[in-house]
Design a binder for this molecule. Structure first.
Ligand SMILES: Cc1cc2nc3c(=O)[nH]c(=O)nc-3n(C[C@H](O)[C@H](O)[C@H](O)COP(=O)(O)OP(=O)(O)OC[C@H]3O[C@@H](n4cnc5c(N)ncnc54)[C@H](O)[C@@H]3O)c2cc1C
Ligand SMILES: *[C@@H]1O[C@H](CO)[C@@H](O)[C@H](O)[C@H]1NC(C)=O
Ligand SMILES: *[C@@H]1O[C@H](CO)[C@@H](O)[C@H](O)[C@H]1NC(C)=O
Length: 405
């Protein structure tokens, strides 16, 4: 073997096992982060690690991709606007079909009026439309017995798998190393991160980012409550249909905790109208089907016009996370130097959160309001049991602003 050849082999091996930044998790969040870090010109080596890159076993692989930019939280609204801008650059990544919120009661109308006012304050395009207009926009999903609807023309549907694959291939082309393996622990030397132990060997790193979604708690053995609570959620696909000649906005029924969309070849529908159920996922975000969920989907289907003939072809329990304040955990873990996290992030906010964290990792100045709102240490001093209880309570308020008794 020539010395040259030996040298090459050794440097190849070294590149397998040392990196400046390690990202654990290759769902939409970790992949977006790998992408944004790879566009930076500081020459830092980045390694992304997941149990599987070919198959998305996390929540991203099961997410139907509803993206509503307006949120009661101003920080989340900004992150969503930022994310939509990024997704729109991805070929086949985002469809600007718009979003509809349907009111079926007077209380629902009052709620939509308030949302319209705050959305406009934030500079988002939004308009109140009649039930008739809503039916024209989404004839397969909206019945004639509704009262009023709120239309967000700038919203739409993301294709989470396509976006994730795009971020990965762009990052790979710019030198990010993708390593398949199970991360079993984060190694520390004193109070600093030193690398990660994986089923594919040790990877040394001075910076480690946890982008492990519903598994975020697993690798967090430092003295901090990480209330990222995995929950069960029912979603269904209808029978295949011929693609429509029109594109319908996605539809939400806030009073009923139900949402639906046209996936192109079939309709999809999900509901939060059930008792919150914590999950303890192993290696997939696909949970066991719960008996209760049949009734939940049956109730939800009552909202869909009978002519649509929407019947479940496939029902599944897709797991994602909730937190005590419905906000993601994104930022630095100060008691372990070099450790960062980006968890409980929705598809809706993923690219925006990844950009925010990229700025933080590069030592750039970040928006202080955003930093505080996303700070992963904000639950310090509270006990996990009560944090879990509060988080589960938040589940039913998703897509709804009505408290349930
Ligand atoms: C049914 C359903 C409906 C949803 N609806 C919407 C919606 O309409 N709009 C919306 O915005 N969001 C929605 N979501 C939520 C959204 O899917 C998630 O919030 C988002 O995909 C999370 O992305 P992530 O990258 O953080 O996590 P994931 O996609 O779960 O990725 C985490 C990755 O980390 C890897 N990992 C974890 N631990 C380890 C380890 N120790 N070693 C190696 N790898 C590890 C996993 O393999 C996984 O690939 C929905 C989710 C589901 C399931
Ligand atoms: C992905 O999930 C499937 C079950 O849905 C499981 O059999 C498989 O082992 C998982 N793959 C990885 C790499 O975790
Ligand atoms: C606002 O965002 C949070 C976190 O993603 C989510 O739980 C909540 O449902 C959103 N609100 C609306 C009305 O979409």
């Amino acid at each position: 073997m020539s010395p040259n050849c030996l040298q090459k082999t050794m440097s190849d091996m070294a590149s397998q096992h040392t990196s400046h930044i390690v990202i654990i998790g290759g769902g939409i969040v970790g992949s977006a982060l790998a992408y944004f870090l790879s566009t930076s010109e500081d020459g830092k080596k980045v390694t992304a690690i997941d149990r599987s890159f070919s198959r998305l076993n996390g929540s991203t692989g099961y997410a139907p991709g509803f993206v509503g930019q307006f949120n009661e939280s101003e920080v989340l609204t900004r992150l969503a606007i930022d994310s939509v801008e990024e997704y729109s650059k991805v070929p086949e990544g985002f469809d600007h079909v718009g979003g509809l919120e349907i009111a079926t009661s007077n209380a629902g109308v009052e709620n939509l009026k308030m949302r319209l006012a705050s959305a406009k304050e934030r500079g988002l395009e939004a308009e109140m439309i009649s039930s008739q207009q809503a039916m024209q926009m989404a004839p397969d999903l909206v019945k004639d017995d509704n009262i009023l609807a709120l239309h967000f023309p700038g919203d739409g549907t993301a294709n989470p798998s396509t976006i994730t694959a795009f971020f990965q291939s762009e990052a790979r082309a710019r030198g990010v190393h993708f390593l398949e393996g199970d991360v079993t622990g984060i190694r520390r030397v004193d109070d600093r991160v030193n690398g990660v132990m994986t089923s594919a060997g040790f990877v040394q790193a001075e910076t480690v980012v946890l982008a492990t979604g519903i598994w975020a708690k697993n690798l967090c053995d430092f003295d901090l409550p990480v209330p990222v609570i995995p929950v069960a959620h029912p979603y269904m696909y209808g029978e295949h249909h011929k693609p429509k000649t029109y594109k319908s906005p996605f539809v939400r029924f806030p009073e009923h905790h139900v949402y639906a969309r046209d996936h192109g070849q079939f309709f999809g529908l999900g509901s939060y109208d059930h008792k919150p159920l914590a999950e303890n996922p192993e290696d997939t975000a696909l949970g066991n089907w719960k008996e209760d969920f049949d009734a939940t989907l049956d109730r939800a289907l009552q909202l869909i016009p009978a002519n649509t003939n929407l019947v479940p072809r496939e029902k599944f329990n897709g797991i994602f996370s909730v937190t005590p304040d419905n906000m993601p955990l994104v930022g630095e873990i100060p008691n372990v130097k070099g450790l960062y996290m980006a968890a409980a992030v929705w598809v809706t906010h993923a690219a925006g959160c990844a950009k925010f964290l990229t700025r933080m990792l590069k030592g750039e100045r970040v928006d202080v309001t955003m930093q505080k709102a996303l700070d992963p240490t904000r639950f310090q001093g509270r006990d996990m049991k009560s944090l879990e209880r509060v988080s589960l309570h938040c589940y039913n308020s998703i897509y709804s602003t009505h408290e349930r008794s």
